[in-house]
Design a protein around this ligand. Sequence first.
Ligand code: ADP
Ligand code: MG
Length: 341
Amino acid sequence: MVTKIGLDLGYANITLSDTAAGIYREPSVALMDKNTSRILSLGTEATEKASEGGVLVRPFKNGLLYSKEMTGAVIGNAINAVLPAEKLRATLGLPSSILPRQEKELYEMMLDSGVAECYGVHRAMAALIGAGYSPSLCAISVNVGASATEIMVLHNGSILLENTAQIGGEDFDRAVKSYISDQGDVSVSLSVAAAIKERLGAVWQGKPSESIDIEGTLSLTGNRVTMNLTTEDVVGVFEKPLSRLLLEIADIVKKIPLDYVKDIFENGIVLTGGGALLFGLDRMIERILEIPVVLPADPMDSVAKGLSRINNFLPARMRGQSKDITAQLAKLYEARKENAK
Ligand SMILES: Nc1ncnc2c1ncn2[C@@H]1O[C@H](COP(=O)(O)OP(=O)(O)O)[C@@H](O)[C@H]1O
Ligand SMILES: [Mg+2]
């Protein structure tokens, strides 16, 4: 028996998808002892114990690995969550900007974590497949993660353009944080800012109004204070990161050769990643860039889901392993009926 898993190693979350067991997600963090650099705890437990001391480290920043030990531990922690099987075959989500050396290290860590076979796929491609498309389509994939956005333009399965844009959900969190600090000299953590964005944030009208109490620190005295915030308060906060994100997408779109524009604009943009959940982002992109935007159900799971679907249509015997198979996917997908035999 071979268990086939898809693993999306994001800056914020590590998401594992197994067609039988479903989706499993953990924050991709490790809690490290400041003095000894020893790993104290991992994932959800690490975020819960962070207030007791230690530093929280996110090992996956655009493929830049913090340390081999820490990255390996975070990967191992997630893999151990799936039932042990005789043999694990994994497909791994990669940022398109990953350097060959970092990619090689990632595969080595996967093998060290007990995976028997491992293949890499660019996140933007996996996201399309997870959203229910075939890899041989014409479309623009935009995957908005916490630290970066992966953009890919496909024409009949060939990759025309690709970029990792250095803008993501955390830039929107920073906008919330600085708004609160400007308003009342109150400082909140980035994770509180993220929670405010997720509950109240919107870049388009029509979000039902809500209000929440948040805790922060008065900058002058250091005293803890509680503030009340409403949906209306944070309207307009996202102008800067939003326009950067729109510019990054537009930058790629304007490079599409004219002959391909019609085909590609027909399907338009498939918007995925946790950042796609920001209220109204799909409509805003559609309005400003004048390209149809599709927001699939559960956009945060698209990459991991796509990776496990890919793993299931790869042939039982692949030529070579520990390599990037993004460019071959359309061909492998067309051949899948043969593989299923
Ligand atoms: N409801 C929401 N509204 C806006 N942003 C959200 C929402 N839910 C999650 N996010 C954002 O999605 C990002 C995490 O998405 P994810 O795809 O898991 O990132 P990564 O792949 O970088 O780990 C975070 O910035 C988080 O704040
Ligand atoms: Mg992601």
